[in-house]
Design a protein around this ligand. Structure first.
Ligand SMILES: [Zn+2]
Length: 59
């Protein structure tokens, strides 16, 4: 399943777990279907992935 990275337009932090408490929603989000080459990867998403508790966006 392809992964989608999402960030707020005014943030450099990328999220990819839908169940992250900071997962960006709304109209001012940027999506990428490739691993971002800039910005930061969210620590909570990293932790969730490591724990096998990451619900990925599938659209
Ligand atoms: Zn996150």
């Amino acid at each position: 399943m392809p992964r989608v990275w999402v960030r707020k337009k005014d943030s450099d932090t990328w999220h990819w777990c839908k169940n992250c408490s900071n997962y960006p929603t709304g109209s001012d989000v940027v999506k990428s279907d490739k691993k971002p080459t800039y910005g930061e990867l969210d620590n909570e998403c990293k932790a969730k992935e490591k724990a096998g508790d990451c619900t990925e966006d599938d659209c």
